[in-house]
Design a protein. Sequence first.
Lengths: 409, 246
Amino acid sequence: MKNTFIARHPSVLIFLACLAVFTLVVTLMSHAYGTGGLSTSFVKTLGRTLCLCLVALAMDLVWGYCGILSLGHFAFFGLGGYMIGMWLMYARTEIIVTESLANSPIPPTAQEVQDAIGTQIFGVVGSSDFPLIWSFAHSLTLQLLLVLLIPGVLALVFGWLAFRSRVTGVYLSILTQAMTLALSLYLFQNESGLRGNNGLSGLQNLPGVSAGQDAISVWFLWASALALGLGYLLAAWVVSGKFGSVVRGIRDDEARVRFLGYSVEGYKLFIFTLTAIIAAIAGALYYPQAGIINPGEVAPIASIYLAVWVAIGGRGRLYGAVIGAAVVSLVSTWFTGGLVPALNLGFYRIDWVDWWLVLLGLSFVLVTLFAPKGIGGLFDLVTDRMAPNRHGADYGPDKGSLREGEGQE
Amino acid sequence: MSTLLEVSGVSVTFDGFRAINNLSFQIGAAELRAIIGPNGAGKTTFMDIVTGKTRPDEGRVIWGEKSVNLLKMNEARIAQAGIGRKFQRPTVFEDQSVYDNLLMAVKNARGPLSVLFYKPTFRDRGKVEELASEIGLADELSRKSGELSHGQKQWLEIGMLLAQEPRLLLVDEPAAGMTLAEREHTTDLLVEAAKTRAVVVVEHDMDFVRRLNCKVTVLHEGSVLAEGSLDHVTANQQVIDVYLGR
């Protein structure tokens, strides 16, 4: 079965091979395990980029294949980050607090340790009590489960309400934007229990691990690459076969799929929830590499960027989404990092840190207008070269069949 | 003959316009029926009501031996219950191959999980191939259906309809855009299908209806104007006035 699946979808194998080679090269050039040609911060950037590729994959599944333009998937990404961040912060603070209290003349009670952790974490928002949502923060296993559960349940409830009312198209996009905006505003409040606009910080330090950041950055790169590889396999499997047929059918003609007897709502809900969980896993791997998460991360604009990446990369093909996310986010890092020399026009100096967004917006418009297949469409040029040249011939055997030009519409 | 579908006293209003007015209609379990009528007579709206797309303001739609109320079911459940529909304009999934189109329609479990873990069985593959040769697309199975000609798309949609194994087929203008030979083939297919199930054909072309050689229902302004053999209804003065005379 495995063989036939790979044989029918050679692009999966090519993608996985590229990903493996990339991971190997970065590892061999890292400080911890290789020549040291790449700085630790750049290895982290690459690891984060892999996570962004994974969330773009989820976006492609929900938008490119199922036709739901969700502008809220970064909310699930952020929630995944918050869930893992809670454990990272709690466990690390616990170690620090235990060490400092160990020197006190009287051994501290469990309650004292708990209170000290609370003061350390929530002092910044003027509180020291643990809110209810931190109940499981002491356990990595439970908090990892919440990474899947919280975004999954939110997507399930939101999707169920939206899809059963048959909200589609632009109205659904607006609803998802409202959802991510509401979540962001809620998290900004100190009462949310997640440290308000301070967010969670110090996430780059793994509690109980003595290895330096140079090694940890490579571990996270491996984990991100593994997650992306598995996510790609899962996505490729989901969109192949009959399920993929039905999902693409929903994108192209929802009513027709209904009249074939498929409950469109159930399928949409499945894809929406599955992609929310994939996005959450990506977020849970991203934020330990970023070191900090705050409510600004789930702002509506983030989810719009996600759609832009997928559109530029080429929606409706999995590798397109990955390429789009990788290219646009890396180029974005390059431009906004002030590494691109400013363009002096004589009368005006174009500073790319400020003008990058204009350039991104312009390329989005240009891609949408002139290359709707995106960067991924370039691969079609290669496969077309390899395919037999039958230009100008009728598609079908009889006179009534479409000519080449018509068929390509 | 037992009644498969019974529509009684159905009315529906769109923004004050009465599209269907106290319509009653019955069809047996193995019967071929043609519906004719001028534009705006409510032919397509009638199909919309039966398939669950439109909810009527009043009336009843009763289905099958167990007398199920179709008005309480959604489109997907109605389709699963055994009502298949072919649209006026051929609607196939143009981005996908003929094979995928047919396989999607073949009668099987329709839930997301059973579809996710579905593998085409020998029986299903055989069925797709058999249908493809019946609709003359056996050599086109791997081609994208968007590349087919208009007539071939019509065929593909009829094939998808048959693959669902419905007990009632609602067919909206099946012969539009077909050549004479194709029309004759369509007639044969529909007549053959009606031996084991109920078939309702909406058609404008009187020659096509004549070839079907079946009971005819004439709709006008949302209700039944006349019903009977084609010769009977075409002799009806009212039918001549509102439909044939124009």
